[in-house]
Design a protein around this ligand. Sequence first.
Ligand SMILES: Cc1cc2nc3c(=O)[nH]c(=O)nc-3n(C[C@H](O)[C@H](O)[C@H](O)COP(=O)(O)OP(=O)(O)OC[C@H]3O[C@@H](n4cnc5c(N)ncnc54)[C@H](O)[C@@H]3O)c2cc1C
Length: 384
Amino acid sequence: MQEFDIIIIGAGASGLFMASRATAAHKRTCVLDMGATPGRKVSVSGGGKCNFTNTHADASHYFGKNPDFVRSALSRFTPTDAIDWVKSHGIPVHEKTPGQYFADSAQNIVNALLSDANGATIIQNTRVISVEKNTDTFIVSCENNKKFIAQKLVIATGGLSYENLQTSDIGYKISKQFGHKIIPPRPGLCGIKTQIFDPSLSGISIPVEITIGREKLTDDMLFTHWGLGGPAIYRTTVRDCMDGFTINLLPNCDTFNWLRSQKTTNGKKQLKTILATKIPNKLAEFLSINNTKNIADIRDSDLQTLAQNINNIKLNAQNFSLNGFISAEVTRGGIDTAQISSKTMESKLCKNLYFIGEVLDIAGDLGGYNLQWAWSTANAVEID
Ligand SMILES: Cc1cc2nc3c(=O)[nH]c(=O)nc-3n(C[C@H](O)[C@H](O)[C@H](O)COP(=O)(O)OP(=O)(O)OC[C@H]3O[C@@H](n4cnc5c(N)ncnc54)[C@H](O)[C@@H]3O)c2cc1C
């Protein structure tokens, strides 16, 4: 049985960042990971360029039972700290949209993490299967019969999203064992399956407005073979969307009044021709439902129905489902933050047990918020 001061389960974004801090504090640090290589999600993040932070990171960009939980950790390792850290490794950064920072290559971020965590013992291909606590120590058992012992245990096992890169629910199991509650995990930042549009529209992308509860967001939506995707839908799925949301295909246009006015100005034109002045042809054809009449000959009540189908498309549990963990970029749900200290990430139920990163019931918006969460929570852990 190998003995360390700190064991971190998970060599992902938060685990490696934590390891670098622990080794800097001269702690004997062990990182256990079930995959073949460390930082696998980081290496594919941001389309290979790693969108490692967003300067707009605050509680309004995080979702879970208690988004305010993020305040303390984010205030002590800020997006500016993340940018400085990346630059300190000589990695060029790029502000793609205001506040949204990318590296030149995600692999360079992984290399920076590994170089900082150089003093830690990082053990790959080692799946943790259970944890026991004796009076003062944690004993961590792995699938290959190896056992490790330490006084501090940090759970950095991530969520269930993007299962092709290997995920596990061990973090949830360990937390339950020590009395923690789990908010049921579900995919977030993912596409949705729906049959309300035709698969032939696949590939079309348009700006839409989506209303979820009291929030309205505007972004691009992509029609796919199985339903809908693109940033507008990804951002919707990380929010509280499961009770339903509405899509407006023509934001800032009162479609009914516009179409009615077209009866006088363009009365001899077909509906689809008129729609195609504002949306792609194929979509215009689909929405006009083979109505080949001139617009002047279409009843106002039919235009009203059509306008509803454009400005106020209702999605709910009956007509959409999430595309699953297979392609989700983040997990909504996880370990309830009510029993975790927001200052130190320590369990309030078990001394010297910490939870960091995506395993917690906090999911960030699209745009660099999830990696910022990984860095900030890893930074928050008290090392002594
Ligand atoms: C395709 C994709 C693109 C993304 N792009 C971005 C982006 O650009 N910006 C952004 O902010 N976020 C992005 N994210 C989200 C971000 O990558 C994650 O939120 C972040 O990596 C979570 O960090 P973590 O340390 O909590 O978990 P991870 O980085 O997922 O690490 C968890 C680690 O725990 C290990 N583990 C799990 N179970 C066990 C076990 N039983 N035994 C041993 N080891 C175990 C895993 O092998 C893994 O290495 C993206 C996600 C995906 C899937």
